[in-house]
Design a protein around this ligand. Sequence first.
Ligand SMILES: Cc1cc2nc3c(=O)[nH]c(=O)nc-3n(C[C@H](O)[C@H](O)[C@H](O)COP(=O)(O)O)c2cc1C
Length: 140
Amino acid sequence: MRAKVVYQSTTGNTKKVAEAIANAVGCTAEPMNVATVSEPVDMLFLGASIHAGDVDLSVKKFIEGLDATLVKRVTVFGTGFEESRDKAVGIMKDLLARRGIAVTDKCYFCLGKFVLFNRHHPDTQDLTGAEEFARGVLAG
Ligand SMILES: Cc1cc2nc3c(=O)[nH]c(=O)nc-3n(C[C@H](O)[C@H](O)[C@H](O)COP(=O)(O)O)c2cc1C
């Protein structure tokens, strides 16, 4: 199973989760603004956060530029506020669906700190959860 992990992270929260997932699936997490998919991938883990109500433009550009013939399936993950739990993952799912790229039903979300909000997140439990989630996704 060829797995790849690509993430967008403005303040480092989603990066931590991406690195936990990459550690679990045996690859290196790659930032979205430099990552490319040039070889076939069985499972692409795609992560992002919400800033000012939307995902970063790099997320939209990355998905727009994906070669759908090289990506078998995508699993999305994100960090943010509880009230935006479904936002980043939902936006990514919609963009991927429009490209005709298959997305797994399961996604991973954990809280991400912002100033005094969600302090200490993602914490150890969040990162362990991300690892377990990723292993579960690959195990089917
Ligand atoms: C400038 C800024 C704007 C943000 N705007 C939102 C927002 O509109 N909605 C939301 O739910 N969270 C918002 N957040 C919180 C982030 O989504 C949260 O901290 C997330 O974990 C950041 O992940 P990252 O460090 O990987 O970018 C904002 C954070 C920052 C720094």
